[in-house]
Write a protein of this length. Sequence first.
Length: 357
Amino acid sequence: MLFRCSIPDPDASPSPKPGDWTPLRQSVVLANFFATRGYRIAFAVNRSRHDMARRLLGKEATIYRVPNDPEHELKRLAHLRRLHKHNICIVNRPGCDSAYLFGIYRQFPFSAVVDHGSRFLVYAHMIINPDVSAPSLGYSCSPSAKLLLGPKFHIAPEVAAPTCPAPPPVPHLLIWVGNDESVIFKLLSALNRMTAPPAITLCYRRDADLRRRLAAFTVGHPRLDINALLFEPDAHPTWEAFTAVVVDPDGPYLDLAQRGIFFVTAAPTAAQLQPCYILEQLGVSPTLGWPNSRSDQQIANQLERLLGDQILRRRYSTMGPQLVDGKGLSRIAHFIPREDELGKPTVLQPDKTPETE
């Protein structure tokens, strides 16, 4: 089983967004799961990303170098398939075009694409998109493709049991909306209007300008207790330490739902409102909508009500594990054939004619 996934450069400027690490994280989870089922696992990465891949995936991982140019890459992948007998290819590269996917589809007996809301024709034997709004998308794909859409196919390790933890003694709010300054400072301004603002932890990727603006904001708003938490691609904060998590649709909301952690959605743009409203309609999470379209006092009143109502938070938390039950990997595996069953020559059975008396 060969994985072709995107690997961001953590040293790039600006630093990669948290969502940029999702393809790699999903691919590693899938690789570990299928390795336990006896599949031979390998990764194909661009030559410029090989050292980074080795550092992230470990010394024991099988990693092949492929050219950066898509046309030459497809030739290299075809050679690797023949040489190492990889009959399954899992592609997790947001933004790759139809011609590239068709090349994979034509070369491998079985190909699967982990999709992130493509707007073009997707060629694959199977398409996986665990996003909550995926079932409502109009897919343009190869006619025989299997569509595994929605949170039931969430790519994450199974947890023993949803925690639905008791809230911490002091209200504590985690804000996870990337580095969108308009949303960050809108939420902080709204929290400053609350009667008793909670402790605040803001998770963002490394950005010196944002850090300076946050420091200046904290000085001008002494009522707020603001802590900074730098985003790490291979680690998440201890969710149970927070009363609530404000997260955007690009954040780990499915992980929170699976673990029974109470969260509130906020859309950085109007175009990202759909998943927020779907989660609210399903009873999994309330939403702040698009914060920039609301007044500070409206947001403050809503957060004050949510943070002060433990029964309401518990009701939302218990709905999350029903939507994301942690069995997504097993469901995906059900539709992926054994690699040794692919690529075998077809054995023709002799025609059987009815005997005549």
